[in-house]
Design a protein around this ligand. Structure first.
Ligand code: C5P
Length: 404
C-alpha cells in the first residue's frame, strides 16, 4: 500500500533554481501512488522544461490561463476542484507576495485564488537566497499566508546555489514527500507529547568492545514518525542505530542503558505518553576497562562482572507522573514463544496499561512485523504489515486510550 494512493496533487513550480528538485519530487509523488498535475509559471520554465515535468508526471503540463485544450477554457477552476492538495515547490519570494495580495495574473496564482479554501489545502515549500528569506517582507508575507490558511513548510539550511550559506534552501524531495504524507494523516495526538525509546544499547567492556543486541530500531523509529504524523510533539531517545531521523522529531542519541535511562527520565517529565521499544541490555559490565582487554596467554577468559541495568519502562510506569495518570506507558515484549501468556505476564510485571507483544526473531531487522496488543480489556492482533503501517495503527490505539 502506497501512502498517497488515490490522492490527486497539483504540483506548482515557480521560478527558482530549486526547480531541479521538483523533478525528483514529482517522481517521488507518483511512486507513492499519487496522480500529479504539474502547473508551471513562466519563470519556472526558465529553470526546467515542461517536457521533463510532463515525462515524470505522465500528463501535459499546464502553464497558461489561456490554454484552449481545456474544453471549458477554465483550467484554473478545473484544476483547483480536482485536487486533494496544491503543493507549490519551489515557492519563490515573488510568488508568495502575489498569493498574499490575491493577485491572479498567471495560471498558478489564478488557480490558488480560485481554490475552494475549506476543501483544498494549499502547501508551499519556500526556496530562496538567505537574505531574501530573512527579509522582514518575506517573513511577514509567510506569516500572513499561514494566517490565511496555507501550510508553510519549512526551509533547509546550508550551502545555497548563489554561493552563500544559510536558511532558505528548499527542503529535499524526500522531506517534502514525508511532510505531505504526514499532512494527510489524522491528528488524534495533536497537543500531546510523546516519548519513544528505540534501538539497542551498547554496554562497553573496554574502549573497543561491548555488549549489544540485534535490535534495528525500525519499529521505534516508525512509532516516532507515526506519532509525529498524528500531531504529537515527539522525542526519540535512540540507542546506536544508523537510521534517518523522522521529520520534525527531536532525537537524542545515547549509547548505554544508563544514558538511555537518564535521557528518558528527563524527557518523561514533560511527556504524556511513553512508548518503550528499546532493547535495553539487562546487564552491564560492573566496570568498563580503560584499556583494551588483552589475552594474557593463560587460555583463561577474563573474569567479567556484571550488574543489572535499571528497567526504564518499569521505573517510569511506577513513577509519580504515571501513577497520577499524566504519563501513559506502553511496553514492548519480544518473545520467542507463548506470546499471549508472556505478554500478559510482562504487562503485569512492568505495571503498564498497554503491552505490545511481538516475536523477536520475526521482527529484528525486518521491515514488517505483526503485533499483539494486551491491555485490561483483553488482547487484539494487528496482522502482519509494514512497521510504519503497524506504527500508525498502534498510535491510533494509544490515542483512543489516552483520550478516554
Ligand atoms: O523485560 P523485558 O526486557 O522483556 O521488557 C521489555 C520492555 O521493557 C520493552 O518495552 C523495553 O523497552 C523495556 N525495558 C526498559 N528498560 C530495560 C529493559 C526493558 O525500558 N532495562
Amino acid at each position: 500500500m502506497t501512502d498517497l494512493a488515490g490522492k490527486h496533487i497539483v504540483l506548482g513550480l515557480t521560478g527558482g533554481i530549486a526547480c531541479y528538485k521538483a523533478a525528483e519530487l514529482c517522481r517521488a509523488l507518483v511512486k507513492e501512488g499519487a496522480t500529479v498535475q504539474v502547473v508551471m509559471t513562466e519563470a519556472a520554465q526558465q529553470f526546467i522544461t515542461p517536457v521533463t515535468m510532463q515525462a515524470l508526471s505522465n500528463r501535459p503540463v499546464l502553464h497558461s490561463q489561456w490554454d484552449d485544450r481545456e474544453p471549458n477554457n477554465m483550467a484554473h477552476i478545473n484544476l483547483s476542484r480536482e485536487a486533494d492538495a496544491i503543493l507549490i515547490a519551489p515557492c519563490s519570494a515573488d510568488f508568495i507576495a502575489k498569493l498574499l495580495h490575491g493577485r491572479a495574473d498567471d495560471l498558478l496564482s489564478l488557480m490558488c485564488l480560485a481554490r475552494p479554501i475549506d476543501r483544498v489545502p494549499l502547501l508551499v515549500a519556500p526556496a530562496m537566497n538567505r537574505e531574501m528569506w530573512s527579509h522582514p517582507a518575506t517573513q511577514r508575507n509567510f506569516e500572513q499566508l499561514a494566517a490565511d490558511g496555507a501550510t508553510v513548510l519549512g526551509v533547509g539550511s546550508g550551502a545555497q546555489a548563489c554561493g552563500e550559506t544559510g536558511d532558505g534552501r528548499m527542503l529535499e524531495p524526500t522531506e517534502l514527500l514525508e511532510d505531505l504524507i504526514a499532512f494527510f494523516q489524522p491528528k488524534p495526538l495533536a497537543g500531546r507529547r510523546v516519548l519513544v525509546s528505540a534501538g539497542p544499547t551498547f554496554e562497553a567492556l573496554d574502549p573497543v568492545r561491548g555488549i549489544t543486541n540485534l535490535s534495528s530500531g525500525k519499529m521505534g523509529f516508525a512509532i516516532a514518525r507515526a506519532a509525529r504524523e498524528a500531531g504529537a510533539e515527539v522525542t526519540l531517545v535512540a540507542g546506536p542505530v544508523s537510521l534517518p531521523t523522522p521529520r520534525d522529531v527531536n532525537r537524542i542519541d545515547v549509547r548505554s542503558g544508563l544514558q538511555m535511562m537518564a535521557a528518558c527520565e528527563a524527557a518523561a517529565a514533560q511527556a504524556d505518553v511513553f512508548v518503550a521499544t528499546a532493547a535495553v541490555a539487562d546487564w552491564r559490565p560492573a566496570q568498563a576497562s580503560d584499556h583494551k582487554i588483552k589475552k594474557d596467554g593463560s587460555g583463561q577468559p577474563p573474569a567479567l562482572h556484571f550488574v543489572e541495568n535499571p528497567d526504564i519502562l518499569a521505573t517510569l510506569a511506577q513513577g509519580a507522573r504515571a501513577r497520577a495518570g499524566d504519563l501513559y506507558c506502553v511496553g514492548f515484549a519480544a518473545e520467542s514463544h507463548d506470546l499471549v501468556a508472556n505478554a500478559q505476564a510482562k504487562r503485569a510485571r512492568k505495571g503498564v496499561p498497554l503491552l505490545v507483544g511481538n516475536i523477536g526473531p520475526a521482527t529484528f531487522g525486518q521491515d514488517d512485523n505483526q503485533l499483539l496488543l494486551v491491555d485490561a480489556a483483553g488482547t487484539q492482533e494487528l496482522p502482519r504489515a509494514s512497521k510504519l503501517t503497524l506504527a500508525r495503527q498502534l498510535v491510533t490505539e494509544i490515542a483512543q486510550r489516552v483520550s478516554r
